[in-house]
Structure formats: structure tokens, C-alpha cells
Design a binder for this molecule. Structure first.
Ligand SMILES: Cc1cc2nc3c(=O)[nH]c(=O)nc-3n(C[C@H](O)[C@H](O)[C@H](O)COP(=O)(O)O)c2cc1C
Length: 216
């Protein structure tokens, strides 16, 4: 069942833009933030493994520390909430077991009945060729979460700016991620645009649909 018209979906996707200047006085309400947090949690991932942790920074002192590690971009300090996307640095058999146990817990049924699914994941991600690129694989999953967050925020009328302009190693240090098994991939400040952010009104630059979408 559709709960949103195509027209309003496109309207919000056109409304959103990579916000360069946030109004530092405007904060995302707790109920709205709770929705965005659930949007992050509900993100799709390969096998459903969710190889991530999302760190939500609202503490002004911590934001101030992160700004120099973010190419000095002002959005880090002026936003309401800064999401740091971190990816799991390794996937072990124990990680797969933890996920399998969660499936059994949520859906009911025996862990043993999921042995085939477990074997498939272990064969691919733990013992298979993909293990060599497991950090890259996990990072890709976090980008899906970032896309999901951007769209969800846009639908709620909340502004955001996807951020790759950061120094991940410095983020790891500032956030104390060493030894946790997670490392920073990207970030996303969210909040409300400043009324004088000129980027809000510049036309979107996109290639012609026919140049990026092929029908066969
Ligand atoms: C993965 C990714 C990383 C980005 N990094 C930054 C960034 O560090 N700083 C910034 O101001 N914009 C950043 N952008 C915003 C893009 O420049 C912007 O999305 C693009 O120009 C399209 O414009 P629009 O999002 O306003 O439609 C990033 C976008 C993506 C998707």
C-alpha cells in the first residue's frame, strides 16, 4: 500500500540538498530523532548482518573536537545531531553466530535449523574470497545506511549533509574506537538549514535521466 504520492516523494527529494549551513539554534526534537534512529536500525544490509554501529554526537564539546578532523566544515558544530557511521573491521564465525542467535530469538525456532544459512555466510564472508575485502564490504553497507538516513530525513523535512570530508583515523581516535572492532567510514550532520544558506536554492545538477538510466 502506498502511503505517499510519487509527487510528494519527488518534492522532498528535490527539497533536500547537501546542507552547507545549519541554523545552530534549531534542534531536532526527541520524537523526530527517535524516528531517524529507527530508520538507521531498519536499513537493509547484505545477509542482514548489520556490520555497523552508528554513533550519534550531540555534545558540543565533542563536536568541537571533531570539526578539525572534518576538513574544518562548520556543519559539524552547527548541526543538531551528527551521525558517525562506523563499520565492523572483521567478520568472524562468532559474529555470524551472534546474528544467527538473534534470528532465532526474533523469529523463534532452533539455531540448528539455520545451520545452512550460517554455513553460507561463513563460506562467503569468513572463509571465502570476500574475507580479503571484508572492511570494504562492511563500509559499503554503512553507505546504504547513509542513503537511507538522507531519504528518511528528507521525508521528515529534516536537513542533512552526507560527509566523506573527514579524517576517519582521527575520528577513531577522538571517539575512542581503537579496540572496539569498529572504525569510522563517513559522517552525516543533521538539523535545520540556516535561512541564508545559498545552496538551498541553487538548481540541482544531475545528468539527464536518459544518460544514467537504461531500459532494456
Ligand atoms: C558520500 C558523500 C560524501 C560527501 N561529502 C561531503 C562533504 O564532506 N562535505 C559537503 O559539504 N558535501 C559532501 N557531499 C555532498 C555532495 O557534494 C552532494 O550530495 C552533491 O553535490 C549533490 O548535491 P545535493 O546533495 O545537494 O543534491 C557528499 C556526498 C556524498 C554522497
Amino acid at each position: 500500500m502506498s502511503t505517499i504520492t510519487g509527487e510528494s516523494l519527488l518534492e522532498q527529494l528535490n527539497w533536500r540538498y547537501a546542507t552547507k549551513k545549519f541554523d545552530a539554534t534549531k534542534k531536532i526534537s526527541a520524537p523526530d530523532w527517535a524516528v531517524l534512529e529507527q530508520a538507521l536500525v531498519l536499513t537493509a544490509s547484505s545477509y542482514g548482518l548489520q556490520p555497523w554501529k552508528f554513533i550519534v554526537v550531540t555534545d558540543p564539546a565533542l563536536k568541537a573536537k571533531l570539526r578539525p578532523a572534518s576538513w574544518n566544515q562548520a556543519q559539524v558544530e552547527d548541526c543538531s545531531h551528527l551521525v558517525v557511521f562506523t563499520a565492523k573491521q572483521d567478520i568472524s564465525e562468532a559474529d555470524v553466530d551472534r546474528f544467527i542467535a538473534r534470528i532465532a530469538e526474533v523469529r523463534g525456532g532452533a539455531v540448528e535449523s539455520l545451520a545452512g544459512y550460517k554455513g553460507f555466510m561463513v563460506g562467503d564472508l569468513v572463509k571465502g574470497a570476500r574475507h580479503a575485502i571484508i572492511q570494504e564490504w562492511a563500509a559499503r553497507q554503512t553507505y546504504i545506511a547513509m542513503g537511507n538516513l538522507l531519504t528518511s530525513a528528507a521525508l521528515l523535512g529534516i536537513d542533512a549533509c552526507p560527509f566523506e570530508g573527514i579524517e576517519p583515523a582521527k575520528y577513531d581516535e577522538i571517539l575512542g574506537l581503537q579496540g572496539t572492532g569498529y572504525a569510522t567510514v563517513a559522517a552525516c550532520p543533521l538539523g535545520y538549514r540556516a535561512s541564508d544558506d545559498k545552496y538551498a536554492s541553487v538548481p540541482k545538477v544531475r545528468f539527464e535521466t536518459k544518460d544514467v538510466v537504461e531500459h532494456r
